[in-house]
Design a protein around this ligand. Structure first.
Ligand code: AMP
Ligand code: ZN
Length: 473
């Protein structure tokens, strides 16, 4: 099986550290708001990888973290220690405690996780439940001589790390590093690339009367909270070992968060190569542009369900793009994916329960073997799911007996995860759509077809398709 490794920038044959096993870690959500369809694309990538490896007989240890503390608003922009804590900020916004915020959005995340039929990791590890492990990691980095203290926290010292013969930032792409450099860094840092390992609660740092943080802990350096990057190193190594096979995340994590994870981990373990393969998923765009809460296009699963789309139709939509290419979300494209998905599920459903298989002719046997091989080659070629879907359709349209089609589909759906051989999920039709349908039916019965057609358009804009019986004479 071949995977594109961001570390070597090459397509490589996957060779696990321990034969037959694979340790996989995905950077999970920060639970301060609803998860959007961009985030879900990245979690679906983790799922597809884990499913494909499992299908290939690997025994998987899969870990995903839940960030419920310490992720500051400036983190993703390149300077890893500026801004407010996302959890505390959300608590203020919603008039709840940070703990309530974490609980609420974690539950929402887990519900969506099930709806998209994502394989559960061995454990979802929460940052707040691994504070001691994070402190231990920082202590190791300190003992290795790669930390320093400034007014607001303990920092990782990249120059000292490089002076000791280590390379920092092998994963980064240059343009993103420059983008990061546009952020004004904390002037007390020795190097703009340095990042916080432990941040002091404001009251400790300033000695002033400021609101007390809800999430803070004691540490050898003073009361505070861990820097965001620390949790992923501490928990991934804690559960998968100091060296493990695959680490996944969205492409925005490639130039700061992941290089920082590598630096921390290898500083703590004395240069043991941390992760063998790094996979980065390209972003989801919406209507050709960036998605964001402020742009009003950071759609959630609930937004799609309200418009009548099943979560698994979104999953099908993701499969239509290769994970290393940006994918453009539009409701039109989702509508097309949804139609294709429903059709596929319908035909796959019609093959179920076919009994009395006859032996295949030589020609059909060759066709079946050829399709099997093509599907396998597609998914094993750096998870090329668009190609795999094309093979699924080729098989569906072929003249193979339905019993054989059904068997292939059941096998392939272990990696596709589309529940193609299960009864469809029920979609609840929203009340407003029900009303429009009733009104349209009344107009049709009364012969007012032009008004009825207008309502049909309105209903379809809401993502529902109208199928009519003949009008009674
Ligand atoms: P965050 O909660 O911001 O840390 O993001 C969680 C995960 O979603 C990370 O792996 C991000 O890289 C990923 N992510 C964020 N935005 C997008 C997007 N537009 N498309 C795909 N993945 C994204
Ligand atoms: Zn991470």
């Amino acid at each position: 099986m071949k995977l594109y490794n961001s570390l070597t920038r090459k397509l490589e044959e996957f060779k696990p550290i321990v034969s037959g096993k694979a340790g996989v870690y995905t950077c999970g959500p920060t639970v301060y708001d609803y998860i959007h369809i961009g985030n879900w694309r990245t979690y679906v990538l983790g799922d597809l990888l884990v499913r494909t490896l499992t299908w290939n007989g690997f025994k998987i240890d899969y870990i995903m973290n839940i960030t419920d503390v310490g992720h500051l608003t400036g983190d993703n922009a390149g300077d890893a220690d500026t801004g407010e804590d996302r959890m505390e900020k959300a608590a203020e916004r919603e008039g709840k405690t940070a703990w309530e915020i974490a609980k609420f959005y974690t539950q929402d995340f887990l519900a969506g996780y099930d709806k998209l039929n994502l394989i559960k990791p061995k454990q979802f590890t929460k940052a707040t439940e691994h504070i001691a492990e994070q402190i231990e990691l920082v202590k190791k980095i300190e003992a290795a001589g790669f930390t320093y203290k400034i007014e607001d926290g303990i920092y990782f010292d990249i120059q000292a790390y490089e002076a000791a013969g280590n390379t920092y930032g092998a994963l980064s792409t240059l343009d993103q590093r420059e983008a990061g450099a546009r952020i004004e860094p904390n002037p007390d840092k020795k190097d703009r690339r340095d990042f916080a390992l432990w941040k002091f609660s404001p009251s400790t740092a300033l000695g002033a009367v400021v609101p007390k943080r809800e999430m803070e802990w004691d540490s050898p350096w003073g009361v505070g909270f861990p820097g965001w990057h620390v949790e992923c190193s501490a928990m991934s190594m804690g559960y998968l070992g100091e060296q493990f096979d695959i680490h996944i995340g969205g492409e925005d994590l490639r130039s700061t968060h992941h290089p920082n994870e590598i630096a921390q981990s290898e500083a703590a373990t004395g240069k043991k190569p941390f992760v063998k393969y790094w996979l980065h998923g390209a972003h989801l765009l919406v209507e050709g542009g960036r998605m964001g809460k402020s742009l009003g296009n950071a759609y959630t699963l609930a937004d799609l369900t309200k418009r009548g789309f099943e979560p698994l139709a979104l999953r099908y939509f993701y499969l239509t793009g290769h994970y290393r290419k940006q994918l453009n979300f539009t409701f039109e494209a989702l509508g097309a994916a949804s139609e294709a998905y429903k059709k596929l599920r319908q035909v796959a459903g019609s093959w179920l329960g076919q009994k009395g298989r006859t032996s295949l002719s030589q020609e059909k046997l060759e066709k079946l073997q050829g399709l099997s091989l093509k599907f396998r080659q597609a998914v094993e070629n750096d998870l090329n799911f668009p190609e795999a879907l094309a093979v699924v359709w080729e098989m569906a349209k072929s003249n193979l007996p339905e019993q054989d089609k059904s068997e292939l589909m059941t096998d392939w759906d272990q990696v596709l995860g589309l529940k193609l051989t299960e009864p469809p999920q029920k979609v609840k039709v929203p009340e407003e759509v029900e009303k429009l349908m009733a009104e349209r039916e009344r107009l049709r019965q009364a012969g007012d077809f032009s008004k009825a057609d207008k309502l049909r358009e309105e209903i379809e804009e809401k993502g529902f398709k109208v199928e009519d019986d003949k009008i009674k004479a």
